[in-house]
Design a protein around this ligand. Structure first.
Ligand code: SAH
Length: 213
């Protein structure tokens, strides 16, 4: 597919995500219109880059479906001065969408090959304010803590306590919480008096794994 068609397909997908109610905020809609998803999939998946489905990216992992990226990005209420932590870089697509809306994104990835994949994708997409860190992100990334927002893009059995600890007061964490086959998309807001939790329905993510840091 030529670049002109890619752009047309990106616009069609963005319009569809708006019509379906997944995309609402003008600056988030703009970010979806700008990030070339074809640069974050494997070469064989390029022609389907604008289908609203997840795609395999190797090593048993996936790039999330665009509507899921839209839901999570909207729930995170990204602000220009935000420092964001992502657990599960994968392709780097979600991090790149966020990078258009916040100051800096720190994103952790356990699989070294995917760290390389994501770094190459980010470079092709011209994204400069995303830092990819190789390691187990389930305990967060204390070096840059605290964060305004934290997004977990792999399924965890419960919200990791260390991630809540690395969240600023007033900060938002979003994570798929549940078993291996189905999770509940949970939003946690850290307040003066504790953590307020809200559920946003079923979702399916690859599981969070544990590894050496
Ligand atoms: N956000 C990604 C999709 C994430 S898929 C995108 O936009 O493409 C989930 C990713 O989490 C996988 O790449 C997997 O390797 C990674 N992962 C699993 N357990 C992890 C852990 N403990 N720390 C960091 N990354 C982890």
């Amino acid at each position: 597919m030529n670049p002109g068609n890619m752009q047309k397909e990106r616009k069609n997908l963005t319009d569809r995500l708006i019509a379906e109610g997944f995309l609402k905020t003008p600056k988030i809609i703009k970010a979806f219109g700008e990030v070339p998803r074809e640069e974050f999939v494997l070469p064989r998946g390029r022609d389907y880059a604008y289908a609203d489905t997840p795609q395999g990216i190797g090593y048993g992992q996936t790039i999330s479906a665009p509507h899921m990226v839209a839901i999570m990005t909207e729930l995170l209420e990204p602000k220009p001065k935000d420092k964001v932590l992502e657990v599960g870089t994968g392709s780097g697509y979600q991090a790149t969408i966020l990078s258009k809306l916040v100051k800096t994104v720190y994103t952790t990835e356990l699989t070294p090959e995917l760290v390389e994949f994501a770094r190459a994708n980010l470079q092709r997409a011209g994204c400069k304010n995303v830092k990819v860190i190789q390691g187990d992100g389930s305990k967060g990334y204390s070096k840059e803590a605290p964060y305004d927002k934290i997004i977990v893009t792999c399924a965890c059995p419960a919200v990791p306590k260390s991630l809540i600890e690395q969240l600023k007061q007033g900060g938002i964490l979003i994570a798929p919480v549940g078993g291996a086959w189905m999770q509940d998309l949970k939003l946690c807001k850290k307040t003066k008096s504790g953590v307020e939790e809200k559920s946003y329905g079923g979702c399916v993510f690859v599981p969070l794994r544990h590894g050496k840091n």
